[in-house]
Design a binder for this molecule. Structure first.
Ligand SMILES: NC(=O)c1ccc[n+]([C@@H]2O[C@H](COP(=O)([O-])OP(=O)(O)OC[C@H]3O[C@@H](n4cnc5c(N)ncnc54)[C@H](O)[C@@H]3O)[C@@H](O)[C@H]2O)c1
Length: 309
């Protein structure tokens, strides 16, 4: 027996059925009944163009993302961090994967002029920026709000939220001026941005692990992701966020060594372990790629099930 509803209907009947189902949306096209190989393109590199990664100077998610971007096809990569030695190490590791053009940018995300100059240098060097991964952040000390000085709160918001937004703004300005490039699948892309939020952009840590400015910044990142995604969707720019749970980075390993509370957190993860930076990097590459061409303004949770309970 025929099971595909749409296959029973002629094009004209299908249009009538759909327009009666969705009377207020006359622009929604009737669905296609088949796909062609052209929809999926050839299986060349998943990622194309120029990528810029912030916070690429530590042995954490940023460095893993640089490696994954190159593994998936990026040949022009700008790496940005306040730590110049860390950038040199990331460049060395990336070039072990494949010889690519890597531009190191020593930038302080707490300083607007430094960010503007860094983005300008990347654009001057490569001629365009197709992918921005806004990864850099600082956590600050664990402390309840009543013990946090206003200046310390500002410092974290300045780097994590204001710095991220300035970087996003400066890159969007360039993206708006550049011609879209053809992708392996889906529509041509004028640019893609992936912002690193956190599960603590959605929920709060336990009271004894309170980091109020960090949590506020990560919630704010989801807001700026959604509003700019909405504003620039019509221009062919996609912006999504990723919300990692606990990830096995040097800082997290140090925290787990020194704190039983953090060790307890690992036991709460349904998958029974912290994530690996490479596991986050793969999802970031998915969001940067045409495999997510219909996603914008999303917050993708990658936490081993931590926030599902
Ligand atoms: N590791 C985790 O468990 C975890 C969990 C949830 C979210 N995240 C988020 O993922 C991202 C990466 O986390 P990570 O643990 O790999 O980070 P990390 O601490 O290993 O690296 C952060 C990088 O940002 C850089 N940086 C800090 N301040 C800067 C400044 N003012 N200007 C320029 N660069 C600066 C640091 O030098 C460092 O290289 C962050 O946004 C973090 O909040 C991490």
């Amino acid at each position: 027996m025929e099971t595909h509803f749409s296959n029973h209907l002629s094009e004209s009947v299908r249009s009538v059925v759909y327009s009666s189902l969705i009377p207020t949306c006359p622009l929604i096209p009737s669905p296609r009944t088949h796909h062609s190989a052209e929809d999926f393109g050839d299986m060349g590199d998943l990622l194309k163009g120029v990528a810029l990664v912030t916070g690429a100077g530590s042995e954490g998610i940023g460095q893993a993302t640089c490696i994954a971007l190159v593994q998936h096809g990026i040949k022009q990569l700008a790496v940005l961090d306040i730590n110049a030695d860390g950038l040199a190490e990331t460049k060395r590791l990336v070039n072990e994967v494949r010889e690519v053009n890597v531009l190191e940018l020593q930038v302080d995300l707490a300083e607007e002029h430094s960010i503007i100059s860094g983005v300008q240098q990347a654009n001057d060097h490569f001629g365009r920026i197709d992918i921005l991964i806004n990864n850099a952040a600082i956590a600050g000390a664990i402390s309840p709000s009543t013990n946090v000085a206003t200046s310390d709160f500002h410092k974290i918001i300045d780097v994590n939220l204001v710095g991220l937004w300035i970087c996003q703004r400066e890159v969007i300005k360039r993206m708006l001026q550049q011609e879209p490039i053809k992708q392996r699948t889906g529509p041509a892309s004028r640019g893609v941005i992936v912002n690193l939020s956190s599960t603590y952009g959605l929920v709060s840590p336990p009271a004894l692990l309170s980091v109020p400015a960090y949590v506020a910044s990560k919630h704010g990142i989801l807001g700026i992701t959604k509003t700019d995604a909405n504003t620039y969707a019509k221009d062919g720019i996609r912006i999504n966020a990723i919300c990692p749970g606990y990830v096995n980075t040097p800082a997290m390993r140090a925290a787990a060594r020194s704190s039983e509370l953090v060790q307890e957190e690992e036991k709460k993860v349904p998958m029974g372990r912290f994530g690996e930076p490479s596991e986050l990097a793969e999802v970031i590459c998915f969001l940067a790629s045409p495999m997510s061409s219909y996603m914008t303004g999303s917050a993708v949770v990658v936490d081993g099930g931590f926030t599902s309970i």
